[in-house]
Design a protein around this ligand. Structure first.
Ligand SMILES: Nc1ncnc2c1ncn2[C@@H]1O[C@H](COP(=O)(O)OP(=O)(O)OP(=O)(O)O)[C@@H](O)[C@H]1O
Length: 300
């Protein structure tokens, strides 16, 4: 059985269709990222899965529970890291993590968790004295401490400095290797590409695409070969290529679904003529390129 099953999910606020017939599954042990511009319906979807919001229609199951009616038994199996968690400001980091550990039947060791998220230096600091990034790490600690089977991470690294982000990625990779199923939302495409086994792109409450990043990239976008025309040659001299050739001055780019074939034809042609293909590059499209094609705007 999949860890998460969503079928025909709908949620409307007044006239706004926040989630408009969304279906997907997340397998056990998978890291799954929900992507989409502001207002696309990511948080609404995740909060319905967490049991924090009701739905208007559709079927939802997480670990066999309906989040709307699963109650405490359900919540003992999940961990939640919210975008804006309100904390007890006068607690110390350790006290708060230990308090949360007490809510779960088989928690992780609070000291280990504090160390895992890189807050050991702040173990005894009051929560109110933490920086924004340190608070986000505390959020992560509170989500982890209950040893959840499914962990929901809403924009887990927003506000992190680059090294804290890489540290969080390692932590999430580590949780995956322990078999934790992770559903995260993010606006960082490099994060999704690095962490997620599969991604779903939401646009205006609907699923625009779903699949492994590499599969989506291969399906949606060709690779681009670029180089400078050797001196004394013209575009008309180029060998037959499968891709679409664009020439601007001496700069040639070839958008191709068969990069090995076209690269071979070009390098063979160049060697035969005793020339060099200066500035030759083969660029692999990124998830961000595909995302922009799908949602028609920059990630926000
Ligand atoms: N409680 C609410 N009342 C009314 N409208 C809401 C409510 N919550 C969300 N919406 C609307 O539903 C739509 C989807 O919002 P949601 O927060 O799910 O998007 P999101 O993809 O998480 O966006 P972001 O990237 O900004 O977090 C938006 O148009 C939003 O204004």
């Amino acid at each position: 059985m999949s860890a998460v099953m969503v079928e025909g999910l709908r949620k409307q606020y007044g006239t706004v269709k926040a989630v408009d017939g969304v279906s997907f599954t997340v397998e056990r042990g998978e890291v799954f990222a929900l992507l989409g511009p502001n207002g696309a319906g990511k948080t609404t979807t995740v909060e319905i899965l967490e049991g924090h919001r009701g739905r208007d229609a559709g079927h939802v199951s997480v670990l066999g529970f309906d989040p709307a009616t699963g109650g405490r038994a359900y919540r003992e199996h999940i961990g939640i890291v919210l975008q804006e968690a309100g904390f007890e400001e006068e607690f110390s980091v350790f006290e708060l993590v230990r308090l949360y550990a007490g809510f779960y039947p088989r928690p992780r060791d609070p000291d280990e968790v504090v160390e895992q998220v890189g807050l050991q230096d702040k173990r005894d600091a009051r929560v109110r004295t933490l920086s924004g990034g340190q608070r986000r790490r505390l959020d992560l600690a509170l989500g982890l401490v209950g040893r959840p089977d499914v962990l929901f991470l809403d924009e887990p690294t927003t506000g992190f400095d680059p090294s804290a982000r890489h540290h969080a990625w390692e932590l999430i990779d580590g949780l995956r290797s322990l078999g934790t199923t992770i559903l995260l939302t993010t606006h960082y495409m490099d994060e999704a590409q690095h962490l997620a086994d599969r991604v779903a792109v939401l646009r205006a409450g609907r699923l625009a695409a779903c699949g492994a990043p590499d599969t989506l990239i291969a399906a949606e976008r060709a690779s681009v070969l670029s180089f400078l025309l050797p001196e004394g040659t013209a575009a008309a001299d180029l060998p037959p290529l499968t891709g679409r050739v664009e020439v601007r001055g001496a700069a040639v780019s070839v958008e191709t679904a068969r990069p090995a074939h076209d690269l071979h034809a070009l390098t063979g042609w160049s060697l035969e003529r005793g020339t060099e293909l200066t500035s030759l590059t083969l660029s692999r499209p990124s998830l961000e390129d595909v995302y922009l094609d799908l949602v028609g705007e920059a990630p926000s």
